[in-house]
Design a protein around this ligand. Structure first.
Ligand code: C5P
Length: 239
């Protein structure tokens, strides 16, 4: 697989074209941003850890029937993925109150939700990713009813699978964000699944093991991501 030119550079990843029209390379940077890029730091090794975690999780999800863009890991920071047209809707699933949900609705962080809650956000940095409802998605033409229905159903399936996945390693999956893309007439789970895009709390101590450590200046960001990875490898015996 030949790596060609840079197609797109985001805040934490770069997409490169390849010699295949159908495949691109997703490169994980060490750059870490929060608050729509207002806070930025380079955290050594974060890209490698995130590429490792995302690889294992995509393989796990594929094994359990979720169609993803993941093809194979190529190097410590690179994975080969199916080229997708990304749908500009971030799908967030919450199991426990935290973050913007707690702020918006005045619910104490850590309060369990009585059922998994799916929320949608318009992926747009300039507008600060506003929360939207399904009618916005259809009206703006970001996705059809059928596509959003599929994304929602898949997000809830992913939630169940990931809850079990993390439960096994003594981690509570509080919430997470997914992105989807269109590829050859199919909707695939795209982007990444890493501590950058999930809230992960140690079940015993409540310790935060995700990007909130960066957002809230709690320190030991990469160390926490490494701890998540260490537990994943120990339990799932994959590198
Ligand atoms: O900030 P908020 O509480 O809405 O985030 C919900 C979940 O989605 C968190 O796990 C957060 O890390 C993730 N998220 C993300 N990218 C965004 C917004 C949220 O990965 N642009």
């Amino acid at each position: 697989m030949e790596k060609r030119e840079k197609l797109y550079e985001g805040k934490a990843k770069i997409i490169y074209t390849t010699d295949s029209d159908n495949l691109v390379i997703q490169y994980f940077k060490d750059d870490t941003t929060a608050f729509d890029g207002a806070k930025k730091e380079v955290l050594e090794d974060k890209g490698v850890i995130n590429c490792s975690i995302s690889t294992i999780i995509f393989e796990y999800l594929e094994k359990h029937g979720i169609k993803t863009h993941f093809v194979e890991r190529l190097s410590p920071r690179e994975m080969l993925v199916k080229k997708c047209e990304i749908i500009p809707v971030e799908v967030v699933v919450r199991n426990v109150a935290a973050g913007s949900f707690s702020r918006r609705y005045g619910v104490k962080e850590g309060t369990p939700l009585k059922e998994p809650l799916v929320e949608y956000f318009y992926k747009n940095d300039e507008l600060h990713d506003p929360m939207v409802c399904p009618n916005h998605v259809y009206m703006f033409g970001w996705a059809t009813r059928e596509e959003l229905g599929f994304m929602t159903k898949t997000a809830l399936e992913v939630s169940e699978l990931l809850k079990k996945f993390f439960d096994e390693i003594d981690i509570q999956l509080v919430d997470f964000k997914l992105e989807f893309g269109r590829h050859n007439g199919e909707i695939l789970l795209a982007d990444e699944i890493t501590p950058d895009a999930c809230r992960l709390w140690d079940k015993s101590s409540g310790e935060v093991l995700d990007k909130d450590r960066f957002r809230k200046d709690m320190g030991k960001v990469v160390e926490s991501y490494k701890e998540v990875y260490r537990r994943i490898v120990e339990r799932y015996e994959k590198v």
